[in-house]
Write a protein that binds this ligand. Structure first.
Ligand code: AOF
Ligand code: ZN
Length: 371
């Protein structure tokens, strides 16, 4: 693996931030010839264009003999699951006369999964796999988790005081974290397909859950509301919001109301909700709820990442809400892959539970005779 390969792959990885493409992965591609950048491409949402196709289209004849860097194995299938026809990126690479493909990681989609690499090699294209692989797995984490498990990737975000409180039990809502930390949360929202809260948060704060003070599109707001207590006047009762409830025969609202099965405690089943959100192509989820719903998510083994902002403030009070209050977890969950960042006076602590199922189950590609 050369430092030149790493340099260009990092550039391709930066293009994965351009759009929200789920349920497709937001792939980044750069085409390089003689050490010079020829063109760039990224997965385009509407109309759907794959990153390789965009970059090759822009390169034209200059792609002949060039190296194509891609953050994900090029697709190789001629038919979609619904039977409609498509032209795979492997075909575009071969037709364009690309000399070498450098891919960061395998596409576990069973329709691709090593076949893309095999097609390129069969056509005499030199292949290198695994450049910046960890970064690519992070960039495509939600797509990869969905391919492996059928489920979305969930980040539980909380903002708390040094003594672990989300708010005071006795006073009006209080801003816990500083402006830099709040901007970080807005950047996170801009990257997420959906933001999840419980009806308790809607009743207490009447939030908007929009992206402010940074560029980016709003995520889909999702309210867990077993008994449909969200007021019609709530700011979130707007087209585009999803309210998940256990109540049947619901009235017409501006928000979309979806009835789901209840769990043993009579609340919206977390696994059923996640399956529904994944079906809608909402794969990168930000859980911004209070402690009771967050506990239900952790207890259902549904959280992939904890991201807790800690402000140097103290509130105290045994009734002040905490990130995981309610009944508590059946057993302690240990987090690893820890990261610590500073946002103004605040700290952000990130950790992930155990080894992700997606990583344990990940198919491995062993390239034959890679260049
Ligand atoms: C690539 N480049 O930019 C993307 C890829 O529904 P379709 O036809 O767009 O196919 C989606 C599948 O293609 C998706 O599940 C994933 O395996 C792959 N995505 N592949 O070569 C891209 N977005
Ligand atoms: Zn493709």
């Amino acid at each position: 693996m050369s430092s030149e390969d790493t340099f260009w792959m990092r550039r391709a990885l930066r293009l994965t931030n351009r759009v929200k493409a789920h349920p497709s992965p937001a792939v980044g591609v750069v085409i390089v010839h003689g050490g010079e950048l020829v063109s760039e491409g990224w997965t385009y949402h509407t109309p759907k264009v794959h990153a390789e196709a965009m970059a090759l289209g822009l390169a034209g004849e200059r792609a002949r003999g060039a190296t194509l860097y891609t953050t994900l194995e090029p697709c190789s299938h001629w038919m979609r699951p619904d039977g409609s026809e498509r032209v795979p990126c492997t075909h575009h690479c071969i037709q364009a006369g690309v000399a070498r493909v450098v891919a960061a990681t395998l596409d576990p989609n069973p329709q691709v999964c090593g076949d893309g690499f095999a097609q390129l090699q069969a056509a005499g294209i030199a292949l290198t796999v695994g450049v910046c692989e960890e970064q690519a797995k992070e960039a495509h984490r939600a797509f990869l988790k969905h391919q492996m498990t059928g489920l979305p990737f969930v980040t539980h975000k909380a903002a708390m005081t040094l003594d672990g409180k989300l708010a005071a039990s006795h006073s009006a809502p209080l801003a816990i974290t500083s402006e830099p930390a709040r901007r970080a949360v807005h950047r996170l929202r801009a990257k997420s397909d959906a933001v999840i809260v419980g009806v308790g948060t809607v009743l207490a704060d009447d939030p908007e859950l929009t992206v402010r003070s940074v560029r980016g599109s709003n995520p889909t707001p999702v309210i867990f509301d077993s008994q449909l207590r969200t007021p019609q006047t709530a700011r979130l009762n707007r087209p585009g919001t999803l309210i998940l409830t256990c109540v049947e025969n619901t009235p017409r609202w501006d928000a979309e109301i979806l009835t789901l099965p209840a769990d043993a405690s009579g609340r919206v089943s977390v696994p059923a909700a996640l399956a529904l959100l994944a079906e809608r192509g909402l794969l990168e989820l930000l859980l911004e709820s209070g402690g009771a719903l967050a506990t239900a998510f952790w207890a259902a083994n549904a959280v992939d990442r904890a991201l807790f902002f800690v402000a140097p403030k103290l509130i105290g009070g045994s009734h002040a809400p905490t990130p995981l209050d309610g009944a508590g977890l059946p057993a302690p969950i240990e987090l690893d892959r820890l990261r610590i960042r500073r946002y103004g006076p605040d700290l952000a602590l990130e950790g992930r539970p155990g080894l992700l199922r997606q990583e344990r189950a990940a198919p491995q590609y062993r390239a034959r005779g890679t260049a």
